[in-house]
Design a binder for this molecule. Structure first.
Ligand code: FE2
Length: 202
């Protein structure tokens, strides 16, 4: 290679993970709330999803204004504001506007197909229950549909079109809402429970 040649990694996809403090105590408080909602709220999985999963997406529940999920609201605000700071986006907490928040319960065999979160700026996932070996979330390059895929002799950060982040109890994953993602099939007997949310700026 030419001695002064440089590889420039332009326009990275920025995903943030953080482990929420005292998450065991938090999740112990959230879990009865999950059970209460599951008992009273039918699955609102849209008809055009091929996957199987229990979700409260599109239900009328204002989840983060409902006890005990209100506990998560200031945590999400803080984490999203910090994520925005890292991206250089002016997004003070008072400008963050919650668009939606919903629960996802993955029994054994459940999954969620590749999708984006439309009409939103920031999206996130918080894991209330993530048993050992449960499914990861897969992120996909926004460019994948426009790429010609030449044969690779190795996979690395410069040529990968997807990445997996494991589910971990107490972990929050934040990403820009246009980023394609999917949840792999849950192959363990225990349920995997996550809370997802969308936020834009007022
Ligand atoms: Fe999603």
């Amino acid at each position: 290679m030419n001695g002064d040649a440089q590889i420039h990694q332009l326009f990275p996809t920025v995903v943030r993970t953080s482990n929420i403090e005292n998450f065991q105590a938090l999740n112990e408080k959230l879990t009865p709330g999950v059970e209460a909602i599951r008992k009273t709220t039918p699955n609102t999985k849209p008809d055009d999803w091929a996957c199987s999963v229990y979700t409260t997406l599109h239900s009328s529940i204002e989840l983060l204004d409902t006890e005990p999920f209100t506990l998560l609201k200031p945590i999400i605000q803080r984490e999203v504001s910090q994520y925005a700071d890292a991206l250089g986006i002016h997004a003070p907490i008072e400008h963050l506007r919650f668009l939606d928040a919903w629960l996802n319960i993955y029994a054994k065999g459940d999954s969620q197909e590749m999708h984006i979160h439309q009409n939103s700026i920031f999206s996130g996932i918080y894991y209330i229950k993530a048993p050992e070996g449960c499914s990861a979330v897969q992120f996909q390059s926004p460019l994948i549909d426009t790429m010609i895929a030449p044969a690779l002799f190795e996979t690395n950060e410069l040529n990968s079109t997807g990445a997996f982040l494991p589910a971990k109890e107490g972990r929050m994953i934040l990403f820009r809402s246009h980023l394609k993602h999917a949840v792999m099939t849950n192959n363990v007997n225990e349920e995997r429970i996550s809370l997802s949310f969308n936020i834009d700026l007022a």
